[in-house]
Every structure is written in C-alpha cells, then in structure tokens.
Design a protein around this ligand. Structure first.
Ligand SMILES: Cc1ncc(COP(=O)(O)O)c(C=O)c1O
Length: 462
C-alpha cells in the first residue's frame, strides 16, 4: 500500500520509505531483464534491439502525442534546418517560427484569472520553465515593492521537475533526499487523492473542502503577503495520476483569489489533449495566470517548453526590466527554430486529425475497461481522465512492501509487450493520442494476465 503521502515530504521517515520505494520500483521492475535498449519506433510501438515490439503505453515520458515516426514532423524539422538551423530570441531579435508559435499558443490558450493569456516566454524543458516562472515571480514581487512576497506553495506528490528550484516544488521525497532540498520558502500542501487521503465517512466534496481549508490555513500561517504563487498540475502525473476530487478546483481557486496569489498551472503533461480537452485548465475550468507547457508541445521530437502568462503577471516584470534596462534572463536554445517549427506542425496535426476528441473517446473506452478490474482482489482503484489513467494495486499481504506489486506488474506487462510505469504500486497509462481501440484491448489483456500472475504470487518478492 502507498504509505508515502501522509508523511511530511522531507521527514526522516519519508526519506527512508522513499528509498525503499525507489529501490523496489526501479530495481525490481527491471530485475532479471538487464538494460532495455530501444532502437526503433513507429506509431504507438517501440522496438528493442532484439526486434521485440512494445506498445509504448506511456508515450515515452507522457510525451509522444502524435505517435512515433510522424513524417510531417520530420519534414518540418528538416525544412527548418535547411532554412535556418538556429537563431535566438535575444536583444530584440526573433525568427518567424518562434513568432508564429507564440501567436498560435496565445490564441489557443484558455482564459486566465484576469483577461486573456497575452505573452509567451520560451525555455527548453519543463524543469527550466518552472524554474523560470519562480525566478520571474521573485522579480515581479520586487518590482511591485513587495520583497516579502517570495514563497511558493505546491502539493505533496506534485511533480514539477528536478532543477534546484523546480525539484523544490516537486512534492516527492526521493527528489529531495540527499539533495538538500526543498529550498527555503517552498511549501507543500495536501495531496488531493481522495482514495488515499479521504477519511472514513468523508465524502469526496468534503475532502475537497478539507484540501482547500488546509491550503487556506497554510497561507494564513505563513502570512498571505509572503506567498507569491501556487503551482499545480490540473491532474497530477508522475505523483501517481491523481485526479482531483469533485469541487476541488473551484474551492482551491477561491482561496487563491481571496489572497491575491498567482496560480501557475503546470500543464507539462496535461497540455495538448491529454485530459480530453486541449488543456487540463479547460477540463477543470481553471483560470490560471501562468500555463507551463512542454512534452506534447512537440510530441517530444525536439526538447522544447513554453510559458504563457497574462498581463497581471507580465505587467510588473515589463516595468521592472524597463527600469533596469534589460530582462536579465533567457537561454541560448529557448524558442529554437527547429523546435518551434515542429511544435507548429505538431499542433496542426493534433487539430486536423481531431486528436483531442479522439483522446476523450478512446480514453473513456480505456478507463471503462480499466474500471472493470476494480473488483479484482489486487486492485484498489482505477482512476483517470481523458487518456491518462492509473491502476492502483493493493493487497493486505503487501502493505509493508510498497512497490513490490507495481514492480511485479511492470515486469509482467513488459514481458507481454506493454510499457507502463509503476509509480510505487500505481500503474500509469498515458499512451500516444493516436492509439486505437484494438491497441487498448491489447493493453487491457496484458493487464488482466498480469493480475492473474499477481494473484498466484508467481513473482519475485525477495
Ligand atoms: C508536470 C511536470 N512538470 C515538469 C516536468 C519536468 O519536465 P522536464 O523533465 O522536461 O524537465 C515534468 C516531467 O515529467 C512534469 O510531468
């Protein structure tokens, strides 16, 4: 059973358990398999160096929206390389691909807390994007004459990256332990996982109220004027595919509005169709001030990330950089023309092929099938939204061995040609948006067989 979340993220106990999980999940999932070298990929499949085919039911790292080997993306990259392989976006210079993509992203963005998303800033990875938002928020608070407004709140089990700042936002103990993280001024509030955190007799909505009250209490305790921003994934990914309980987001957003706290929606996994809408913010009626995008923006054919902001966020930053004379921040590769060209083509494919609606439809089918396993004695919960889901494995015999069931299942699926990701004992599924029903059926069949193996304890538990 997953016993991580009730612990303070950086407590000694949490660290011990995290190491325990980590070794189980990583080592046992791959025990006896040796290194797994993937050499080729096409559609939803990857092929290892022995020629064995796997359904990439994680789309790599929650990434490859349009599938592998998409010729239009290869062509877009090649053409941009031939035209202009590199240029930057510094010192009042720019290039058409970055400009066109910024305009496209701003035009498709959902509404923000005040007015539309109006500006866009490029980075190279999700971690770097979140790190940049944190840095910009410090700058903004200084610009507004509020130097004390520098703290950030994220959530236990949230995932926001691994740089010093973004890893501090991440609420997973093994991203902190021995790294001297989190840094001061980053706080973690309740993980909104009803199945795991809900109390006996507490309804889903009551649990959502408690989560919002916990956030309110944390803000009060720290001092509302010290909190710069709240960072959250609309649906948590790497922390276990945590789907928010009913009414959670409206209650949390009310708290943020009450204290004038900037809301950063980390849509690095959610963005570009994953939750059955173009953005997770639309699925949950979020009105963030900042949206962080990466992964599916280029289907991860090229490393790329982007930050969308509204005027509320941007205004003080623009004024401050005007006073200083320059905005002293930016990356050599940010807004890379090849990445920008691939992102534009990737978004065009998602729109032209109706992949957002397809994800909603195929996702509903997948989650329905996965839900049928809920009566299995080794399954605690099947959860998900759109085309992202998790199957929570649980069994009294394994309560003191977190990660064993997940690792065993990962191995069984892999043997059957399906790549999933055990997150302790939750199996994550996040296949390319192009996946077809017969391929979903193949994943479901492998899960069914894997559960039968678990029932018979035919796996290595040493
Ligand atoms: C929600 C979220 N934010 C940020 C990141 C970090 O992105 P990257 O690995 O590109 O630094 C990830 C990566 O999985 C993520 O899932």
């Amino acid at each position: 059973m997953d016993t991580l979340s009730p612990l303070a993220p950086n407590s000694a106990e949490a660290r011990d358990i995290a190491y325990h999980f980590h070794s189980y999940t990583n080592a046992m999932a791959h025990a006896d398999m040796g290194p797994q070298i993937m050499e080729n990929a096409e559609g939803v499949y990857v092929f290892d160096n022995q020629g064995k085919r796997y359904i990439e039911a994680m789309a790599g790292l929650w990434s490859v929206a349009v599938g592998f080997g998409e010729k239009r993306l290869i062509k877009a990259a090649t053409q941009q390389m031939e035209k202009m392989a590199y240029y930057h976006n510094f010192a009042h210079r720019a290039h058409p691909a970055a400009i066109d993509l910024a305009e496209k992203l701003v035009s498709m963005a959902p509404p923000s807390s005040s007015g539309p998303m109006s500006k866009e800033f490029y980075t190279n990875s999700g971690s770097e994007a979140n790190d940049t938002v944190m840095k910009m928020l410090w700058y903004r608070s200084n610009a507004m004459g509020k130097p004390e407004k520098k703290k950030f709140i994220s959530r236990i089990r949230g995932y926001h990256g691994v740089t010093i700042a973004s890893a501090s936002l991440t609420g997973l103990p093994y991203n902190h332990a021995s790294f001297d993280l989190p840094i001061d001024g980053v706080l973690h509030t309740t993980c909104p996982h009803y199945w795991k955190e809900g109390r006996d007799g507490e309804s889903e909505e009551e649990f959502a109220t408690r989560c919002a009250e916990d956030l309110d209490a944390m803000i009060q305790e720290e001092g509302p004027d010290t909190i710069a921003a709240f960072f959250a994934e609309p649906v948590m990914g790497a922390g276990g595919v945590v789907v928010p309980p009913a009414t959670y987001w409206e209650k949390v957003q009310a708290v943020l509005a009450k204290y004038d706290i900037i809301f950063v929606a980390d849509e690095v996994i959610n963005g570009f169709g994953r939750t059955g809408n173009m953005f997770g913010s639309q699925t949950y009626n979020l009105k963030p001030d900042v949206i962080v995008l990466s992964k599916q923006i280029t289907s991860s054919y090229v490393p790329f990330s982007a930050i969308l902001v509204n005027e509320r966020f941007y205004g003080p930053i623009a004024e401050e950089s005007g006073r200083i004379g320059v905005l002293g921040h930016g990356f050599t590769g940010a807004g890379h023309p090849v990445g920008a060209a691939v992102a534009l083509e990737n978004i065009a494919i998602i729109e032209e092929r109706g992949l957002v609606d397809k994800a909603a439809e195929t996702g509903a089918y997948f989650r329905h099938k996965l839900g049928q396993f809920e009566s299995h004695p080794f399954v605690g919960e099947a959860r998900g939204v759109g085309l992202i889901a998790a199957l929570q494995l649980v069994h009294p015999e394994f309560e003191t061995k977190p990660g064993v069931l997940g690792a065993a299942m990962g191995k069984e699926l892999y043997a059957r040609g399906v790549i999933s990701r055990p997150m302790i004992d939750a199996m994550a599924f996040c296949p390319p948006l192009i996946i077809e029903r017969d391929q979903i059926d193949a994943i479901i069949a492998a899960v069914g067989e894997g559960l039968e193996v678990l029932s018979k304890h035919e796996f290595h538990t040493a």
